[in-house]
Design a protein around this ligand. Structure first.
Ligand code: ADP
Length: 543
């Protein structure tokens, strides 16, 4: 039968072809691992990605095989994103902060044939190479480097590999859009990491959803800086979104500390930056010290863990930056919600609008959310009823890589492991992760809410609320606080912050000060580790 409309598969190759056709001169700025700045364009990135695809074919890597990366956010990594996926191979981005055992596990589980490494991570190849069962070629991201060559026998060099590729190579136009394109593993805080295998179709639809005015809302006029690593859920899809609109892209390399980010934002006139709250805590401290007002910066998109309301206020009031709360997970590609007001809310008093901004926001077209009780029965969207958050849509996982089993409920939803409320406008508010929530005397206490109160104090750099075991109440909240350098604050001052802000029975029983909160592979506080260390502190004290 004749189609009434043209059909083209939704492919990653078509995204970079579009960037090359329409925005060849638009800049890609990359901070290299050695610290120097590499200036390139979407046109060059597109050409190099095609040469890479051709070079990999000449190496004998065939359709559907997997190429791993352990790399920072930089230009070569960007070319791999498009060259590998565009040609029908799978781009497996590996989180270098996984343990060596986990890295060997994911490399073998994914059956990586090629491994691309930044120089920082060359040690993995030297140490773990013998455990990589399927890897045929290890490629250093850079030109020939004799010191590196001496460390890893047979090491190849990215720039030399590109030379062997054909710049006239074209991405297959008839690729089935359901072909797998990239692979990310969850960070494995509980058990072995699980792989989520994205497809061309899911990635392109996710990119189109992100590029709406109520989504990430990137524009060609923006200078976009993903601080979220390219090894963390494909940098939230930003490389694809930026290619679709040809915006200037700034890739910060390994230098994600506050002072370096301030300098990069000012030097490159970044307008939109994206990352987890711990990154922005570092940035805000650096701004305080440097006195820069980051005049170019219009918006930060913040997610991965809850953004404290005090951070939204500081960005708005001191720097005129809109801090937009987003939520998602590896299993959701990750964009699940973005906080954008609906028109009817624009006339509300500022205090109410500020409250709305604190929530995780609304789903874009393409995903649906619901909250359910223990029997998977849907609960009302009234803004107060809490339930298990479930999600479904075009870019949501159906089954984990090679698990052979569905990851969904019987009626086809993915359970996120988060506890949330939904309101009548679709705004979702995360109350907690189901495994973190504190159950005190049969009532629930949100750790996120307690943390937000503690973090708002000017002497507090970061805080985590956890459940401590209690003889009478089963669990009671305690707060672990990391002070700002040189700051002085007492337990009594922190505890007083909770008066009148939460019900009396929700006020934490104890405050513990630590030098540094333990952070996991994606910059989130490791609450399980804190529970192991401090979980018995109330029992020990009363015993
Ligand atoms: P990991 O499980 O390794 O942390 P993800 O990066 O996929 O992997 O984390 C997803 C989880 O992060 C979500 O289920 C949620 O608990 C948390 N999260 C993400 N964004 C937010 C946010 N804006 N507010 C609160 N929690 C968030």
């Amino acid at each position: 039968m004749q189609n009434s409309m043209m059909y083209f598969p939704l492919t990653i190759g078509s995204l970079i072809d579009h960037a090359e056709r329409n925005y060849p001169g638009s800049e890609v700025v990359s901070v290299e691992t050695a610290g120097n700045i590499d200036r390139s364009t979407w046109g060059e990135v597109a050409r190099n990605s095609r040469r890479l695809a051709s070079a990999l074919a000449k190496l004998g890597i065939t359709f559907g095989e997997c190429c791993g990366t352990i790399a920072w956010n930089n230009r070569r990594h960007l070319e791999i994103y498009f060259g590998v996926s565009g040609s029908g191979l799978i781009c497996h981005t590996i989180n270098p902060r996984l343990t060596p055992e986990q890295i060997a596990y994911v490399v073998n589980h994914a059956e990586n044939k090629v491994l691309f490494l930044d120089k920082t991570f060359l040690g993995y190849a030297a140490k773990l190479g013998a455990h990589f069962n399927t890897v045929k070629h290890i490629v250093l991201l850079g030109p020939r480097d004799e010191e590196a060559a001496a460390m890893v026998p047979g090491l190849m060099f990215y720039d030399e590999l590109l030379e062997t590729g054909d710049a006239d190579y074209r991405y297959p136009a008839d690729l089935d859009e359901n072909t797998p394109s990239s692979l990310c593993y969850t960070s494995g805080t509980t058990g072995l990491p699980k792989g989520v295998l994205y497809t061309h179709r899911s990635t392109v639809l996710h990119c189109l959803g992100g590029n709406t005015a109520d989504g990430l809302a990137l524009s060609n006029h923006d200078t976009v800086m993903p601080v979220v690593p390219m090894f963390h859920v494909n940098a939230w899809g930003v490389p694809y979104c930026a290619a679709a609109i040809g915006s200037k892209l700034v890739l910060p390399g390994p230098f994600m500390d506050g002072p370096n980010l301030v300098k990069l934002i000012d030097d490159e006139e970044v307008t939109i930056a994206l990352g987890v709250p711990t990154i922005w805590q570092g940035l805000l401290q650096a701004l305080e010290q440097s006195g820069s007002k980051v005049p170019s910066l219009k918006r930060t998109l913040v997610g991965g863990s809850a953004m404290p309301p005090s951070m939204i206020r500081t960005f708005r009031e001191l720097y005129d930056v809109e801090a937009v709360h987003v939520w998602g997970m590896t299993e959701t590609s990750p964009q699940g919600t973005v906080n954008r007001e609906v028109k009817s809310q624009l006339g509300l008093p500022e205090t109410e609008r500020a409250k709305i901004r604190e929530s995780q926001g609304r789903p874009p077209y393409g995903v649906e959310l619901r909250i359910v009780d223990d029997a998977d029965t849907a609960l009302p969207n009234d803004g107060t009823t809490q339930g298990a958050l479930q999600i479904r849509g075009h870019w949501i996982v159906e089954s984990y890589h090679r698990s052979g089993a569905s990851a969904l409920t019987d009626d086809g939803w993915f359970d996120t492991g988060d506890v949330a409320t939904l309101d009548e406008n679709g705004f979702m508010r995360i109350r907690d992760r189901a495994k973190d929530i504190i159950k005190s005397g049969g009532e629930w206490i949100s750790t996120v809410e307690l943390e937000n109160i503690a973090i708002a104090h000017p002497s507090v750099a970061n805080a985590a609320a956890i459940a401590a075991r209690h003889e009478k109440w089963d669990e009671r909240p305690i707060v672990i606080v990391q002070k700002k350098p040189g700051a002085d604050v007492t337990e009594a001052t922190i505890l007083a912050l909770f008066d009148d802000r939460v019900a009396r029975w929700q006020v934490p029983d104890k405050v513990i000060f630590v030098e540094q909160l333990p952070l996991g592979a994606t910059g989130k506080v490791l609450k399980a580790t804190l529970r192991e260390t401090y979980g018995d502190v109330l029992i020990t004290e009363t015993a």
